[in-house]
Design a binder for this molecule. Structure first.
Ligand SMILES: Cc1ncc(COP(=O)(O)O)c(C=O)c1O
Length: 342
């Protein structure tokens, strides 16, 4: 089975499993898990932040960040197509009483700094208090686009002028770093907090890390506890995270090359429309223009290629465990299936 559903489908390599097997552990709620402590130090260092805290998922990292930066009744400014606004079950509103002012991103996943400025409410009790601005890097819905340090600085400058923190949802931040050949710390140097995921393209089975100042992370630990996210022997997955940070960053270039190879192949298949200029990292979006997408997805899955859906817009994600040979095989299967079902 070649599973293009998401990079969340990655399974740990034998070496990562060995690192998990050998993990040193302790009670992380008391700060006594050596592997968790090491991972947090590594993550903070790699992102150029003072401190870091392990969370169970990207969603929890973003939620903890929102709860740490905002109070009940506050508002955050965020992209309309962002994962926080579209894909996290309204967590900040449900649990924090935080409203979301959404701004439409451009086709590279950027919110306009001028629009951010205009959306910040003046200090007037009629309005919710604007308390945070958030951006996403890479930006999932616009094709895994990597935001440059300048893109981030442009939004951070506006936020900081109004004494607001900037949070980066960097679920795939290391994909941006590899694609732009820029250290991750440089990409987020103007951000006040950053979430990144270990359990997506980096290939670990569980976990994300939230980074920021010591003060922010102390507060984040309290919110993580509130959410029931204070876990115990987290070394069992922190060890996988350490392995991922030490071994799996440079290899993201392979996923990006495979994504391009896949996209170029898809472009030749009748019944598929794809904009090759929109393939930036590991996410390949395309449209099924002919046939019944649900039926095509079912037939492909029967032949071992998963990732289609009943919608016309599909997203295929090459990741660790999918080789360039797998890409070529998948393209053959997709080509024959689409031709048979025209
Ligand atoms: C951009 C982005 N942010 C956050 C998340 C949430 O991560 P998780 O699934 O670990 O909660 C995702 C998940 O796909 C994502 O794509």
């Amino acid at each position: 089975m070649i599973n293009f559903n998401s990079d969340t489908a990655t399974l740990p390599s034998p070496e990562m499993r060995q690192a998990i097997f050998e993990a040193e552990m302790g009670d992380d709620v008391s700060g006594e898990d050596p592997s968790a402590n090491r991972l947090q130090e590594m993550a903070a260092h790699m992102l150029g932040k003072e401190d870091a805290v392990i969370v169970s998922s990207g969603t929890m990292g973003n939620l903890v960040a929102s709860l740490s930066h905002c109070e009940r009744g506050d508002e955050m400014i965020i992209g309309e197509l962002s994962h926080i606004s579209r894909g996290e079950a309204g967590g900040p509103s449900v649990l924090g009483g935080i409203s979301m002012k959404t701004l439409m991103e451009d086709d590279r996943g950027r919110i306009d700094p001028g629009e951010v400025e205009a959306a910040i409410h003046p200090d007037n009790f009629h309005y919710p208090k604007t308390a945070m601005v958030a951006i996403e890097n890479t930006h999932n819905a616009s094709g895994g686009t990597p935001l440059t340090p300048e893109d981030t600085k442009a939004v951070a400058d506006v936020a900081h002028r109004h004494e607001l923190p900037l949070h980066v949802d960097g679920a795939r931040l290391f994909d941006a770093a590899v694609a732009l050949e820029t250290p991750a710390a440089e990409l987020v140097k103007d951000a006040d907090s950053v979430t990144f995921c270990l359990s997506k393209s980096l290939g670990a089975p569980i976990g994300s890390v939230l980074c920021g100042t010591h003060e922010f992370v102390d507060n984040a630990r309290r919110w993580r506890k509130v959410l029931g996210g204070g876990m115990r022997q987290v070394g069992v997955f922190a060890a996988a995270g350490i392995y991922a940070l030490e071994n799996n960053i440079d290899r993201l270039a392979e996923d990006h090359a495979n994504a391009r190879r896949l996209a170029q192949g898809l472009a030749k298949i009748p019944g598929i429309s794809i904009d090759l200029d929109k393939v930036h990292t590991n996410l390949v979006f395309f449209e099924v223009t002919e046939g019944d997408p649900a039926e095509l997805a079912r037939k492909l899955a029967e032949k071992g290629v998963r990732g289609g859906s009943p919608e016309r817009k599909w997203r295929f994600v090459p990741h660790y465990g999918i080789t360039s040979d797998d890409i070529d095989h998948a393209l053959d299967v997709i080509d024959s299936t689409f031709r048979e079902n025209r």
